[in-house]
Design a protein around this ligand. Structure first.
Ligand code: AMP
Ligand code: GLY
Length: 425
């Protein structure tokens, strides 16, 4: 079967590596991909939101399966685009319909969805320019800290945690005035939950579901979880505090009502549900839903997955996930992300990357993110440049192995956190 994978990050390199390893995969195309995905298949110069271009490409290359990495094509309706096209409708697309993608694309939609299905989450109110005065008086009486969320997609920047009322009112007004563009035309004001976070990954066929290995990511740029938020600086899987009792609470209170809720509301969803969970005391609450896999979590989840990924996706497309049993490598997997100097602020691109030709031990894998080929040289082309994933029996050893690999990798301004998984050492 010929497969088209959309996206260009470390998540897509990990997915491409796994898809290419399946006997069911004849040719793999990655649009647009990066220097790493080029070793797993053929990179195609096509944007993941160029639906017309994708339509032509799928017909020309007899694509039999489309896997969507990032959220934007899903929120913009790529699944609906395929479903309503006479030629494309027979091609399964892994991802939810635009309505299902609202779980990520609209915070207000996802909060109402959780309310309708009694899924535990922080209490909230929703405001827009029409009731902003009411919003301000609500904020002034709110306990501290206060969480403000722009309703729509805001490139991971739409959540602001305010420590005092003056800051909260100012931020609220800025959001409504368009700080995040259209994404902030509605603002969700939420109760602050204090606890430890983790990422839970579910693949659903709209009726059944399987739970993939869980992970914990490290978002802050600095060691000890200091400094600004990034797209992710590292991840570990499994998560030591996610024992059977806690995972079972997540399944009963969150996963089952979510999958049943989507089905009851006739929302077409054959894809990933990424649930950001916070453990408050002994109880799980949903912080957010995403309609895709996490990045850099995929770089530890996919290597731990023993199942054939193409088989898994076909089972999701054909609604037979009840017949599938997930098998995981019991070892610990960690990934460390090497980023460009200055990231998540401004940074330069185009620096040659040295050390990638070094042979790796069997326990480590390098997944590219912001890289591209310039003649025969791999150069940096983004903030998050590459991820080094390693397996070991303990978090300590896994992190150590990834650090060892990174010591031999160099590009101008390279930075990575040396303390991924620090709280589990
Ligand atoms: P993002 O991935 O940009 O949506 O970031 C959201 C981050 O904000 C989460 O990972 C949490 O760390 C934090 N956050 C969001 N909502 C809450 C909440 N209700 N209580 C505490 N922290 C929150
Ligand atoms: N690592 C978090 C995310 O992918 O949104």
């Amino acid at each position: 079967m010929n497969i088209l994978l959309l996206g260009s990050g470390g998540r897509e390199h990990a997915l491409a590596w796994k898809l290419a390893g399946s006997n069911l995969c004849t040719s793999l195309f990655i649009a647009p991909g990066n220097a790493g995905t080029a070793a797993c298949g053929t990179n195609v110069d096509l944007s993941p939101v160029d639906f017309e271009g994708i339509r032509k490409f799928c017909s020309k290359q007899s694509i039999g399966l489309v896997v969507v990495g990032p959220e934007e094509p899903l929120v913009r309706g790529i699944v609906d685009f395929f479903a309503t096209d006479a030629v494309l409708q027979t091609i399964p697309v892994i991802g939810p319909s635009a309505k299902g993608a609202l779980l990520e694309g609209s915070k207000a939609f996802s909060k109402k969805f959780m309310e309708r299905h009694n899924i535990p989450t922080a209490s909230y109110r929703e405001f827009n320019t029409g009731n902003s005065a009411e919003g301000i008086s609500y904020l002034q009486q709110h306990s501290l800290p206060i969480v403000l969320k722009a309703d729509g997609l805001a490139a991971g920047k739409g959540v602001v945690i305010c420590q005092n009322h003056i800051e909260a009112v100012a931020e609220f007004e800025l959001m409504l005035q368009g700080k995040f563009g259209e994404a902030g035309s509605k603002v969700v004001v939420e109760e602050f939950l204090s606890g430890i976070e983790m990422s839970v990954f579910v693949l659903t066929d709209g009726h059944h579901y399987v739970v993939l290995p869980e992970a914990k990511d490290y978002k802050r740029v600095g060691e000890g979880d200091k400094g600004p938020n990034t797209g992710g600086m590292g991840a570990v899987s499994p998560v030591p505090f996610a024992d059977d009792t806690f995972m079972s609470k997540i399944t009963q209170r969150i996963i089952i009502p979510t999958v049943e809720g989507l089905e009851k509301e006739n929302i077409d969803y054959k894809g990933f549900i990424f649930i950001g969970v916070i453990k408050v005391g002994e109880d799980p609450y949903v912080i957010e839903y995403n309609c895709r896999m996490g990045d850099p979590e995929t770089e530890v989840v996919v290597p731990r997955l023993k199942n054939d990924l193409v088989e898994l996706f076909l089972a999701a497309a054909e609604q037979r996930l009840d017949k599938v049993k997930i098998e995981m490598d019991p070892r610990t997997c960690c990934t460390i992300v090497a980023v460009s100097g200055g990231y998540p602020g401004s940074y330069e691109k185009g620096f040659p990357i040295a050390g990638l030709e070094e042979p790796l031990s069997g326990d480590s894998l390098v997944f590219h993110a912001g890289t591209r080929k310039e003649k025969d040289q791999v150069v940096t082309s983004g903030g998050r440049v590459l991820c080094v994933t390693s397996f070991a029996d303990t978090v300590y050893e896994a992190v150590d192995k990834s650090r060892d690999v990174l010591e031999n990798v160099y590009f101008e301004g390279i930075y990575y956190r040396r303390d991924i998984g620090y709280e589990f050492l």
